[in-house]
Write a protein that binds this ligand. Structure first.
Ligand code: SF4
Length: 339
């Protein structure tokens, strides 16, 4: 009798996944709305941070129609603290397109999904695979790491690198799309981790070239990281005699669009001491310094606290009923000890 064939990479991976995985809510659904919502939230954010937001969003907006009909301000409010607020704007626009152009049904093909606002190749591939069982090449940071190690890919990679996508597609070829996509992402998140992969207990170690070489963490080859530029400014936390805060709304496009903020001097690349904004009174006390990292620069803000006699009604807010604020402004208000 011929010897039994060695189980394939896919078989081992899927079997391992079916034997147990983290009970993440978006893994237990084939609803494209829920899958899409989770993937947009998970961009640049950890699973632990997303879980409570995901639950709150679904409780408030159980369908894409409910999300599309909501005022943007309400969405920004719920998004507070999750960061990268552009995603919340795109989320809203995408929901409206799905309702108005697709009668509330997410499209089924990757090509059509990619036309939706805020939907990139990874999200389109996940929704097509996990909602509609379409064979796609799902590549996020976790999958990139697993594939780079299993195939010992000898070059620095990004998720769109042709050599990576070819290798990822060949590993996935013929597998059940939803199960396989979830399984390889789970392996990267829990076993094939960046610095301490658990190769001895990895279900696919017999297929892994990096493991065979004895150098799993040498892959993926790292891209040289550019140093982020630094910017500086001064933020003014201004209160009236009743403790109400003066806030202003940012423009509806650009960084932190539509969110609210305290007045500030602007953010410049020089450390030159910024002057007080002329229309505001002298500052009563220093509120310390805060730092915040955006994707494309690092910001250091000096915080100053002062009083204003009259704050116009449209810009006057109680610290316990604030409009949508970015994380940066929460840091500023905490430094000024007003929240
Ligand atoms: S054997 Fe190690 S390096 Fe290879 S896929 Fe498994 S955990 Fe990752």
């Amino acid at each position: 009798m011929p010897p039994a064939a060695k189980p394939s990479f896919q078989e081992l991976l899927v079997r391992w996944y079916q034997q147990g995985h983290r009970p993440l809510p978006w893994r237990e659904t084939a609803d494209p709305y829920r899958l899409w919502l989770a993937e947009i939230m998970l961009q640049q954010t950890t699973v632990a941070a997303v879980l409570p937001y995901y639950a709150r969003f679904l409780a408030k907006f159980p369908t894409v129609q409910a999300l599309a009909a909501a005022p943007l301000n309400e969405i920004l409010h719920l998004w507070q603290g999750l960061g990268y607020y552009r995603r919340a704007h795109l989320l809203h626009r995408c929901a409206q397109q799905v309702v108005h152009h697709y009668q509330g049904e997410f499209p089924r093909t990757e090509a059509a999904l990619l036309q939706l606002p805020g939907v990139g190749p990874y999200t389109a591939a996940v929704v097509a695979a996990c909602a509609y069982e379409t064979p796609t090449t799902v590549v996020d940071g976790n999958v990139l790491r697993v594939v780079a190690r299993v195939r010992a890919l000898p070059q620095a990679l990004v998720p769109t690198s042709p050599s990576l996508r070819t290798a990822a597609a060949s590993l996935a070829d013929g597998a059940p799309p939803r199960l396989y996509a979830n399984a390889i992402m789970e392996l990267g998140a829990t076993v094939c981790t960046p610095t301490t992969p658990q190769c001895a207990s990895c279900p696919v170690n017999g297929w892994c070239q990096a493991f065979a070489q004895g150098t799993p963490t040498a892959y993926p080859i790292k891209l040289a990281k550019a140093k982020l530029p630094e910017k500086y400014g001064v933020a003014y936390v201004l209160k009236d005699s009743k403790g109400h805060l003066y806030l202003r709304q940012r423009p509806s496009t650009g960084l932190l669009a539509g969110l609210w903020e305290v007045p500030h001097t602007g953010w410049e690349v020089t450390k030159t001491p910024a002057q007080a904004i002329p229309e505001f009174p002298e500052v009563l006390r220093e509120g310390g310094t805060i730092q915040h990292t955006f994707t494309h620069f690092k910001l250091t803000l000096e915080v100053r606290v002062g009083e204003l006699g009259n704050i116009p009604a449209a810009q006057r807010f109680s610290p316990i009923a604030l409009p949508p604020l970015p994380t940066l402004m929460h840091k500023v208000l905490r430094a000024a000890e007003v929240i």
